[in-house]
Write a protein that binds this ligand. Structure first.
Ligand code: NIG
Ligand code: FE
Length: 418
């Protein structure tokens, strides 16, 4: 089946060359667009696009085409959210109130709240119930324009519960048109019973969990929360080496709470991305330069926890690429709204709208290993895009931070009824 989107006010996020899989430094401020454009979809993919003035008459007269008139509207590639924890049970608004009253994220974690609180809930939730709770969030992010999502385990913290989470992620992969990548994050937090001997828990992650995850082929990537009060660089290295043996490429939670060495260890093991990275200075940027690791900022977490912002502006000026992800999770970022993340990135990190759009599409796709199939308007890539309501410029998208500007969402060439 073919669908033609015609009279598009501006088609945004075009990357003609399919070999471009990420944008760095100055390239990030260049956003290719065509004004008064058309976009032709065939089956799951983008077949063609161009100026309305150059469209063939045969195409316009083809009665088998489904035609959508996008007069006054913009078309953008779907968001690629490369870091989320959307499979979780319940919610943690009580901790939200504790934080308002003055407790820090680390203090809450120390007394068994935070990640451990979610782990306890999840361990006592059936796989079916967990699936039902999680797909509400999947539907929500699809309606907000996300077309690809990475989902982590890490609220199980026992072999059984970690597998339960990963099986739920697999069911989401099978049942929804959104592109899903799955990350094993057994090393998300040290359970209370191992606090006196964390290495014992690390051994369980390495010797029990990773082989089980690999045996069922449940994960694409492996993650470790390498930070003060969580996992040390040495423990991170042991876990990454074990994962790499099973073909799991690293993606790291790094430098959120301290200059933890997480960025350097990520680069050393060729991580696909290092994420959070609030505590980044020159030496970390130097380590990232010319590496294949995508620095990924999570503006929702820094906003919600009232923490320092990663120096994303400096990173881009240094020549680095930057991706934006939502970190959607019950503790530090209970939102997967990527449009809002772009607004945060513009306001708090001083990214230009062009940079924020590239960071949340092509660079996000790179950070989940799929920029060869999605993340831009490119012939042959998946037809994953959204059509806006009538607006005057793409700058309006991050500017109008509280407005829902999405009119239609297409994933794999099919309009999603959201
Ligand atoms: O990415 N930083 C570590 N993990 C999550 C938080 C998870 C939670 O608080 O439940 C994050 O922010
Ligand atoms: Fe996270």
């Amino acid at each position: 089946m073919q669908t033609l989107i015609k009279n598009i006010k501006e088609l945004v996020g075009i990357i003609e060359n399919p070999d471009i899989i990420l944008l760095s430094g100055e390239q990030m401020s260049k956003l290719n667009t065509i004004k008064d454009a058309y976009l032709l979809v065939e089956g799951e993919i983008i077949k063609d696009f161009g100026k309305m003035s150059e469209i063939s008459q045969d195409l316009l007269n083809d009665s088998s085409l489904e035609i959508i008139d996008a007069k006054g509207k913009f078309v953008l590639p779907s968001f690629c959210d490369s870091h989320t924890h959307i499979v979780y049970a319940g919610s943690r608004e009580q901790e939200f109130c504790d934080k308002i009253k003055g407790l820090s994220y680390e203090e809450i974690a120390k007394r068994g709240g935070g990640i451990l609180n979610s782990a306890k809930l999840l361990q006592n939730t059936s796989e079916d119930d967990l699936y039902e709770q999680s797909i509400e969030r999947v539907k929500e992010i699809i309606s907000q324009g996300t077309g690809a999502v990475e989902i982590k385990s890490g609220y199980g913290l026992t072999p059984e519960a970690e597998l339960k989470m990963l099986r739920v992620i697999r069911r989401i992969k099978q049942n929804f048109p959104i592109e899903v990548k799955s990350t094993f994050l057994g090393a998300h937090s040290i359970p209370l019973e191992y606090r006196q001997n964390p290495d014992e828990y690390v051994d369980i992650v390495i010797n029990e969990m990773i082989p089980l995850v690999a045996a069922e082929d449940l994960a694409d990537y492996i993650d470790v929360f390498c930070d003060k009060g969580f996992f040390t660089v040495e423990q991170t290295e042991r876990i990454l080496m074990a994962g790499i043996k099973y073909g799991l490429r690293p993606k790291i939670h790094a430098n959120e709470l301290d200059k933890s060495g997480g960025i350097q260890v990520g680069v050393k093991y060729n991580a696909l991305s290092v994420d959070h990275i609030e505590y980044t200075e020159k030496e970390e940027m130097q380590a990232l330069l010319n590496s294949e690791t995508m620095p990924t900022i999570l503006p929702g977490a820094a906003f919600f926890l009232n923490m320092p912002f990663a120096p994303a502006r400096k990173m881009i000026d240094f020549g680095l690429p930057v991706a934006i992800a939502s970190d959607y999770n019950p503790g530090s970022s209970p939102s997967g709204n990527m449009k809002l993340m772009m607004s945060f990135a513009c306001v708090n990190y001083k990214l230009l709208p062009e940079e924020a759009i590239n960071a949340s599409t092509i660079n996000g796709a790179y950070a989940m290993g799929i920029s060869y199939i999605t993340g831009s308007i490119t012939k042959g890539k998946l037809a994953n895009f959204y059509i806006t309501k009538k607006i005057n410029s793409y700058n309006f998208i991050p500017y109008a931070y509280g407005s829902d500007l999405i009119d239609k969402v297409f994933l794999k060439g099919i309009e999603q009824k959201c």
